[in-house]
Write a protein that binds this ligand. Structure first.
Ligand SMILES: *[C@@H]1O[C@H](CO)[C@@H](O)[C@H](O)[C@H]1NC(C)=O
Ligand SMILES: *[C@@H]1O[C@H](CO)[C@@H](O)[C@H](O)[C@H]1NC(C)=O
Ligand SMILES: *[C@@H]1O[C@H](CO)[C@@H](O)[C@H](O)[C@H]1NC(C)=O
Ligand SMILES: *[C@@H]1O[C@H](CO)[C@@H](O)[C@H](O)[C@H]1NC(C)=O
Length: 595
């Protein structure tokens, strides 16, 4: 979304750029030069004064949108479309006033529909643009009053939806007349420009819309949408064709465009929408869902949206969801979100994520802190696991290693979490026994409000190559997570082994297919944990696995205490053969792929 906001910002601030103002100075005569300089100086002073005044006068308003400085430092810096809250369908005076009276700390967008009917019941002699969703509804607030109330409230940005070209043209004039007051206010104008699946052709000429905006109020950000049949739910029919039509329209301008679509439609056809976004870096996506969304499915739709979010630049997707739904989605995206978002990783390159593997002890945690590791990988078993004195307390230790035999290993999961929660590091907990699953989840659930970071729960649920151990009880693991703390990413692995100088088995088709069958039934994001030393020889199978869903990734791992002999060239090979955002490397620094 930095792109989204930057775009709006560029449009806001680029008007009187120094380069343009400089031109007339080339005049040959000194008098002209002096006059021009004077005019320039006074204009510059005026704009500076206007800017400063605007900042000062907005000091008490919403901290995010209204002052240029803070806009850059907060909302824009994190640049995350999910940080924006939306109040939609503010088409009546009452709804608008209620929205403006609601306290909200987030960057806010206020949305309304401009009717194509110009009739004000209170002043029948005057033609005025009204707020209403269809022409059959007689509105009770004019666009002009609506704008003035929003501007006076200093609450947030504006999104207006238009049905007819005429109302867009006249609205632009109203906006242009308020240019100074709208200096720091994002203004998005939505028009229907192409037919979607089954669309009925009631569309506005995009080229005309772009030209008109350019001429009258170039600070506005255009939002393009597809025409769809009014009542049917045809989201599933969105295909490559609809995307190509939209792309063609967007390519007629060099300006940034936001493409708007129903959230559930994008969820069903994410591959196609993704293709559209990939085709031009000037495009962003606005996903919306109305209050009474019949196509919204409680669980599935949240996780479908999460797949979209995790799979794309967070600066280029906005979520116009009803408030409760947005809150729920934000909570989900905190703990089940991608580490690439959490750490704002450059180029969405997962090999830039740094790891501390086996961070079970005070010492390793301290080292991870010094070295700035992003992900902490740690092992959880029960205290006294497998002995007669086994308790229900999860502790940080590898299977079979008695807790007190470890130097500095006396951390319980509770103590470990206390230490980790004071950092922003993401965690991958490798749960080593079926018994430990429920106590671990209960403890995580207890700390949920502080755990605002990616949480990966690893279970070795299937038998893999050269395995010495039995896998854990798959059903028990998955069911417990879904019952106690479902808002996580799963890390699903195979038990495995490797011995130097022997003919080691690789991952087989049977192993990956069996794994995919389990994964397919889960909503959560899934990373498959693969023993790094075996990855290259199994690449064909792992690549196939990755292609089965956009919510899948791979994590190649290697324990620093193991004898696995990994070739850097193998890691390089995999990095170059795969999408960068989809393979994590939890391997020692000397075998990390070269960036
Ligand atoms: C709008 O104006 C800009 C700058 O003058 C220009 O680059 C762009 O092509 C124009 N767009 C349209 C659609 O006219
Ligand atoms: C969806 O969740 C909400 C809140 O948790 C609940 O009130 C509603 O009944 C659920 N709807 C369905 C269809 O499960
Ligand atoms: C861990 O070991 C170091 C010395 O190696 C010691 O100073 C420290 O107190 C130990 N921490 C715990 C929790 O035992
Ligand atoms: C695995 O867990 C499930 C559900 O908790 C249980 O019904 C089943 O008996 C367990 N299987 C084994 C082999 O322990």
């Amino acid at each position: 979304m930095r792109r989204g906001y930057t775009n709006t910002r560029v449009i806001f601030f680029n008007a009187p750029s120094a380069a343009n103002w400089g031109r007339p100075v080339h005049s040959r005569r000194r008098l002209h030069f002096t006059l021009c300089a004077l005019v320039l100086l006074s204009l510059a002073t005026f704009f500076m004064a206007a800017y400063v005044f605007n900042n000062l006068s907005h000091k008490n308003g919403n901290p995010y949108w209204t002052t240029g400085e803070r806009l850059r430092l907060t909302a824009v810096q994190s640049g995350d479309g999910l940080r924006v809250t939306w109040y939609s369908e503010l088409n009546t005076r009452q709804r608008l006033e209620r929205a403006l009276a609601t306290p909200c700390k987030d960057p806010l967008m206020l949305e309304g529909d401009v009717s194509d009917r110009s009739y004000d019941a209170t002043k029948p002699e005057k033609e005025q643009l009204m707020m209403a969703v269809t022409r059959d509804v007689i509105g009770d607030i004019t666009l002009e009053d609506w704008l003035d109330e929003v501007i006076a409230s200093r609450k947030g940005g504006i999104k207006l939806n238009f049905m007819a070209p005429d109302s867009l043209e006249r609205a632009l004039e109203l906006l242009a007349a308020r240019t100074l007051a709208l200096l720091h206010v994002p203004v998005w104008l939505a028009v229907t420009v192409v037919n979607g699946p089954g669309g009925d052709g009631n569309i506005v000429d995009a080229k005309w819309a772009m030209r008109t905006v350019n001429v009258t109020y170039p600070r506005a950000q255009l939002v393009f949408q597809w025409a769809l049949p009014c009542c049917g739910d045809d989201g599933a029919k969105f295909g490559r064709g609809s995307m190509e039509t939209m792309l063609k329209v967007c390519q007629q301008t060099h300006q940034p465009i936001i493409v708007s679509a129903r959230a559930t439609h994008a969820a069903l056809q994410w591959r196609h929408f993704r293709w559209l976004l990939e085709s031009s870096d000037r495009l962003s996506l606005l996903l919306w869902s109305p209050d009474d969304d019949k196509s919204w499915r409680n669980d599935t739709s949240y996780y479908d949206l999460l797949t979209i979010r995790n799979d794309w630049n967070k600066r280029r997707i906005f979520y116009d969801l009803p408030e409760l739904r947005l809150q729920h989605f934000r909570r989900l995206a905190e703990t089940a979100g991608s580490p690439l978002h959490h750490f704002d990783v450059r180029d969405r390159d997962a090999s830039r994520i740094t790891w501390s593997h086996g961070a079970n002890t005070m010492d390793t945690l301290a080292l991870a802190g010094r070295e700035g590791a992003m992900m902490l990988e740690a092992d959880v078993s029960l205290d006294g696991q497998g002995t007669s004195r086994q308790t229900n307390t999860p502790v940080m230790t590898h299977r079979g290693v008695p807790r007190d035999k470890h130097k500095n290993a006396s951390l319980s999961l509770r103590q470990w979490l206390e230490l980790v929660l004071s950092t922003n590091k993401a965690i991958k907990l490798d749960i080593k026994s079926s018994d430990a699953v429920v106590p671990t989840l209960k403890l995580l659930a207890e700390k949920r409000s502080q755990l605002q970071r990616p949480i990966w729960l690893n279970g070795d649920i299937l038998r893999g190559p050269n395995a010495l151990h039995d896998p854990m009880n798959t059903t028990h693991f998955l069911k417990s997570v879904n019952a106690i703390f479902p808002e996580v990413a799963f890390s699903l692995g195979w038990t495995s082994g490797w011995s130097d100088g022997q003919d080691n088995e690789a991952y087989s088709w049977e192993m990956v297919e069996k794994m995919e069958k389990v994964a397919r039934k889960l909503h959560q994001p899934i990373t498959f944990a693969v023993r790094a030393v075996l990855a290259r020889r199994s690449w064909e199978k792992l690549d196939w696995l990755l292609r089965q869903s956009r919510s899948y990734s791979l994590t190649l791992w290697c324990s620093p205490t193991s004898t696995d002999k990994i070739a850097v060239s193998d890691m390089d090979f995999i990095r170059h053969q795969s999408e960068r955002s989809r393979v994590y490397f939890d391997v020692p620094p000397d075998v990390m792929p070269i960036l």
